[in-house]
Structures are given as C-alpha cells and as structure tokens.
Write a protein that binds this ligand. Structure first.
Ligand SMILES: [Zn+2]
Length: 97
C-alpha cells in the first residue's frame, strides 16, 4: 500500500463499485463482535460486543454505551437484512432476516 504524506499530490480515478467489492467482502467476513465503533456524538470507542442494543422482532438498534446515541440500525426484512448507519443504508440480500 502506498503511504500518502502531507503535500503529496494524489491522483484518483472514478470507477464502479466492483473496484471495492473484494475489500468490502474481506472486511465483512471478520468477527462482528470485534468491529471497532466510534460514536460520532461523544467520541467513545468500543467494540460492537460492548455496545448497548435494543432488540425486537423488527431488528436491532445499536447505541453508544456512553451517551446512548444511535450508531447503527439492523432491520430484518423478508428478503434479507438492511444495515443503516446515519443516512447510509446497505442491504444484505439473503441474510437471515
Ligand atoms: Zn456516544
């Protein structure tokens, strides 16, 4: 991997999502309990296993253990699971819903 230092000129290209599919697949196959979460409100850092979770039939709301701000939401849907982080939403078709 190339390290970029302040003052370096960086060129980028615009490509489609296939360019990051492998990297994202690798990231998602890790142990979810060890995902590092940083609260955008208070800055608390923890792993997913330490977060507060409101769990019901519709899904789960993962909250900051320090300030209880919502960090992410998982929704069970008939066709899979949807992960929502802020205004970002990602669907996992076929995931246990
Ligand atoms: Zn917080």
């Amino acid at each position: 991997m190339v390290k970029v230092k302040p003052g370096d000129t960086v060129e980028s290209v615009i490509v489609d999502g296939n360019a990051v599919a492998g990297l994202l697949s690798d990231a998602l196959q890790s142990d979810a309990t060890l995902l590092k979460l940083t609260c955008g409100t208070c800055g608390d850092q923890s792993v997913l296993a330490e977060a507060l979770v409101e769990l019901d039939e519709a899904g789960a709301i993962v909250r900051c253990r320090s300030c209880t701000h919502t960090m992410l939401t998982l929704l069970r849907r008939p066709d899979g699971v949807t992960l929502r982080i802020g205004t970002f939403e990602m669907a996992f078709p076929g995931a246990a819903g």
